[in-house]
Design a protein around this ligand. Structure first.
Ligand code: AMP
Length: 467
């Protein structure tokens, strides 16, 4: 998963973009990068680290100019190394261009093979580079035309922020609108961001979302809008925003798809309590991501909410560490139980999602060691049964515990006294979907219904996992 940010026409562009990336840090912690435009040049600073460690006063001073774009990355396609850190800067027939991408293209492998067969030489292993090569080959006179031509060939998820060598900032979102991208104003400047929480930090005003399938071009004269060209081949596309942004990914203080992520999570917690109420002494969230749902569960059930688990703020999101060994160790590093809250109690533990089940298993063990008498696990989303191919990092299907185990088996593995998940309909109602079935949302990770056909690599992986 990744976060993108851009600011056009501001005297402190790089500083503002740096702050914007800070607010988007939860979307990716492997690399951070900024590219700024000044005197006809695009200058780049990237590092394999958190935003705070990637930049200091000196590095930011290397990024003069009034327009800058930035990216934080957690790799879902391409390996975790500096050459894949974005924003990329490329030189091509149309000039120089910088690109920052959130999402995953599902036909990148096929397009890459085709482009390589025609002589393209790729510099990274990222799917994003395919877009640049397609732009380089396009015949259109203008960079926006080239981008439109390139995007007519790619399939899957993209929320893009681009910066051209004539100081235009471009935002684009795939026709399904899988990943978020919002537009804001900061005095005279235009701002683009993955989430509104970055606007709050830099005191920009949220204007609206970039629409699914929309390309916005920001230049000195203002902003113009056009559509991604889907004429080749003609495919009618209905928006399918990622429901997992609401469940887990987005920061709770963000407006996601026009709705408060916090309120959606609270509603999920309320719905969960309605669907699977149990008598207990205390509702304990798995911090931080389980907190709003646990508050909702507590309000609805009347069972008191208490912080029975404390999170250390000096370790990052453990799931997000690429190596398994670090992730497993991380749970104990990250969370510790509060004996005073759970000792001798019947505890409802609320988490937003259960993926492999390893986190919950460790939490249950911790709480039992701290004296909890009974532990009832409540998950404020349906069982995660399928991997995401549109940009969220989920493991292979075979590692998703709910893809091959019943509820009883999961409870046994996690060693809790009972387990219940929120229903799909309950989740969709909480996010304000147009129908109980979830019109307007992608929930492939919970259903296996992939709204955009998968490329060969993804299909091979899925088939293998079924064996
Ligand atoms: P697991 O141990 O694999 O079951 O991990 C479940 C925990 O990871 C839950 O507490 C979630 O909040 C969190 N989580 C779920 N999906 C993701 C994701 N894509 N990236 C990072 N963390 C996640």
């Amino acid at each position: 998963m990744c976060g993108v940010f851009g600011i056009h026409h501001h005297d402190e562009a790089a500083n503002i973009a740096y702050l914007g990336l800070h607010a988007l840090q939860h979307r990716g912690q492997e690399s951070a990068g900024l590219v700024a435009f000044a005197d006809g040049k695009l200058r780049q600073e990237v590092a394999m680290s958190l935003v705070a460690d990637a930049f200091n006063r000196d590095r930011l001073a290397h990024l003069p100019g009034q327009t800058a774009i930035g990216h934080v990355r957690y790799s879902t396609a391409g390996t975790s190394e500096l050459r894949n850190a974005q924003p990329f800067v490329f030189e091509y027939a149309g000039g120089k261009i910088s690109i920052a991408h959130n999402g995953n293209l599902v036909n990148a492998d096929e397009l890459r093979a085709e482009l390589e067969a025609q002589g393209s030489i790729f510099q990274t292993s990222s799917d994003t580079e395919v877009i640049i090569h397609l732009m380089a080959k396009a015949r259109d006179a203008d960079v926006v035309g080239r981008l439109r031509t390139a995007l007519s060939r790619v399939r899957g998820a993209y929320s893009l922020v681009l910066l051209t060598s004539d100081e235009r900032m471009i935002g684009a979102r795939d026709p399904n609108g899988f990943r978020p991208l919002v537009i804001g104003r900061l005095k005279d400047a235009w701002v683009l961001s993955s989430e509104t929480c970055a606007f709050d930090l830099v005191e920009a005003e949220y204007i609206r979302d970039v629409e699914p399938g929309e390309i916005v071009v920001i230049e000195r004269g203002g902003m113009t809008s056009s559509r991604v060209d889907l004429s080749v081949p003609a495919v009618p596309v209905a928006p399918t925003f990622c429901v997992f942004e609401h469940v887990y990914f987005a920061r709770p203080d963000s407006l996601v798809n026009g709705r408060s992520a916090y309120r959606a999570r609270e509603k999920m917690g309320r719905a969960l309590a309605q669907e699977s109420q149990i008598e207990a002494d205390v509702v304990v969230p798995v911090p931080d991501s389980g907190v709003p749902a646990a508050i909702g569960y507590s309000k609805e059930s009347g069972i008191p909410f208490e912080m029975g688990l404390i999170r250390s703020h000096y370790v990052g999101r453990t799931f997000i560490e690429p190596q398994d060994s670090i992730r497993h160790f991380g749970v104990r590093l990250k969370l510790s139980p509060v004996r005073a809250v759970v000792d001798g109690k019947k505890v409802v533990v609320v988490d937003d999602s259960l993926v492999r089940g390893t986190t919950s298993r460790k939490i249950v063990k911790m709480l039992r060691n701290a004296g909890a008498r009974e532990i009832h696990l409540r998950i404020s989303a349906p069982p995660t049964t399928h991997p995401c191919y549109y940009g969220i990092n989920t493991p292979n299907r075979s590692e998703l515990v709910a893809s091959s185990h019943t509820l009883d088996e999961i409870a046994k593995y996690v060693t809790c006294d009972s387990i219940a998940y929120l229903s799909h309909a309950g989740m969709m109602k909480a996010v304000g979907a147009d129908s109980e079935a979830g019109a307007g949302y992608c929930s492939a990770c919970f259903t296996g219904n992939y709204p955009v056909p998968l490329g060969t690599a993804a299909l091979v992986q899925l088939r293998r996992a079924r064996i």
